[in-house]
Design a binder for this molecule. Structure first.
Ligand code: 4AD
Ligand code: MG
Length: 464
């Protein structure tokens, strides 16, 4: 008989049928006559209960069925009385595929998240990380489905690049030479001329610039891939390697952009509630009793739309009334996550889209407003997270863009290809970037971004 996945088996009602299941032993308990094995194969959070009449099996084999061991069971579907499931399997034959000795670190339950991070190679076998990574998969599918159904094209942008999209100087260098070889070329000053790419190359911080090229050709595109930032910030919301989704749409203005962002996030959250119900419920009950309510809340309400200037006013009023922030509040400041969360969690109590930021704190490519001070930026701010999306309408005017590039001292020779979009049939267009792991933080209720990506890359952590 072929293997049945536990997720499928638990839905079956054909009592008496013979089945085969394979998986890893989570627990084993029972009496001298009968044992109960909780078996998990990763297909669902739910374990299958295997009933073993000890008298029917070889004693030596039974000793090998320990927590973490991998077994294959042939048995009969029987109705379950007390396992929390409708069906269980009465074992007829058991084969131990892989033994697991008592050095297995996941034998006891209730490990701390910090400890589990140190055994990132094994943590997908826990209930929590099984749930998180199944949800992660489902969110990726939801994202592709959303854009595909809307007629967007999935466009692949390069990971190795010579341009710094955000102009924030946080790029990881890609080189085949060591520093000594690079320096040797020009008596002390760094030259990449003889290096692989013949110039300084880096890991991308964003696919946006190439995404704009694509949008001004294919109309509506999105990217979905890994991005890299060498920002030395050890926070629960920053990774050095994270995944980003970046839609870019010709003819969309900032309002269209906000509409798209709101519809997109709601689609993803609804998808999680509809398709990951067991896993979401597990995380809700285990860690975060408000999770499901928060997810449903986001679907219900329109996001608040507010200018940065009005947002600052609200924060200043809060300060005047005695609210203490760690960082100062004034017009022109780059908002800290405590400010963003105050607006979302305490003032409005729902997601907020903040627009029209001071141009000094935003990237060169954003469309400039008439006031000469602000740009058509939009950040989507979420409860528990802060900024989940950053985006803008783009500056479509060649001369204005050039002026801004010069003001900000962005190296021009690396930008000629980007400027071509503004020379050859320029058009209004907009886009944004959603941090995939920030979305996952929201949907799973996990508290630390290191716990929603299988192998987190953070300062001092590039191991498995
Ligand atoms: O606001 P950011 O820097 O915007 C851009 O990169 C634009 N090029 C996007 C665009 O308009 N196409 O980053 C976008 C989002 C943030 O809102 C955040 O969710 C996430 O990416 N993000 C990070 N997530 C995890 N770790 C980090 N270090 C992140 N930096 C940004
Ligand atoms: Mg941002």
């Amino acid at each position: 008989i072929g293997r049945t996945k536990i997720v499928d088996l638990l839905k079956r009602t054909d009592i008496g049928a013979m089945v085969n299941v394979k998986g890893w032993v989570r627990t084993r308990r029972g009496s001298k006559q009968v044992n109960f094995i909780a078996l998990n194969d990763g297909s669902t959070i739910n374990n299958l209960q295997i009933v073993v009449d000890l008298a029917n099996f070889d004693e030596e084999m039974l000793k090998l069925i320990t927590t973490g061991a991998c077994i294959s069971v042939n048995g009969e579907m029987v109705e379950s009385v007390g396992s929390g499931q409708k069906v269980e399997v009465q074992a007829r034959e058991i084969e131990v595929l892989g033994i697991c000795d008592n050095t297995y670190p996941l034998q006891k339950k209730g490990h701390s998240m910090e400890f589990l991070r140190e055994i990132a190679h094994l943590r997908p076998r826990t209930n929590t990380f099984g749930a998180v990574f199944r949800i992660r998969h489902n969110m990726a599918i939801a994202i592709h489905k959303f854009f595909h159904e809307k007629g967007f094209f999935y466009f692949h942008t390069p990971i190795i690049t010579a341009s710094d999209c955000e102009g924030a100087g946080q790029m990881f260098q890609v080189t085949t030479m060591n520093l000594y070889d690079l320096k040797k070329d020009e008596g002390g000053s760094i030259s990449y001329e003889n290096d692989f790419f013949g110039k300084q190359a880096s890991l991308t911080v964003s696919g946006q610039l190439e995404g704009e090229l694509a949008a001004t050709a294919l109309g509506a595109i999105y990217t979905f891939g890994p991005t890299f930032r060498a920002e030395n910030s050890n926070t629960p919301r920053h990774l050095a390697e994270f995944w980003m989704i970046e839609p870019e749409v010709a003819f969309n203005d900032i309002t269209d952009n906000m509409d798209l962002a709101e519809e997109f996030i709601k689609y993803c959250v609804k998808w999680a509630l509809d398709n990951c119900a067991d896993d979401v419920k597990f995380l809700n009950d285990m860690f975060d009793k408000g999770l499901i309510e928060r997810l449903q809340g986001v679907l219900k309400d329109d996001f608040v739309r507010l200018s940065y200037t009005d947002g600052i006013k609200i924060l200043e009023e809060a300060v005047a009334k005695g609210h203490k922030f760690e960082f100062p509040v004034y017009w022109g400041v780059d908002l800290a996550s405590e400010h963003e969360r105050f607006l979302v969690e305490e003032h409005f109590k729902r997601p907020v889209i903040l627009t029209d930021y001071p141009k000094e704190i935003k990237a060169f490519y954003m469309k400039q407003n008439e006031d000469g001070k602000t740009v058509r930026a939009m950040d989507v701010l979420f409860p528990k997270i802060g900024e989940i999306i950053g985006g803008s309408e783009r500056e479509a005017d060649y001369n204005k863009l050039m002026t801004r590039i010069e003001e900000m001292h962005i190296p021009m020779k690396d930008m000629w290809w980007y400027l071509d979009t503004r020379k050859f049939g320029t058009c209004p267009h907009s886009g944004f970037g959603l941090g995939f792991e920030r979305l996952l933080l929201f949907v799973t209720g996990m508290a630390n971004i290191r716990d929603v990506i299988p192998f987190p890359r953070t300062p001092r952590n590039a191991d498995f």
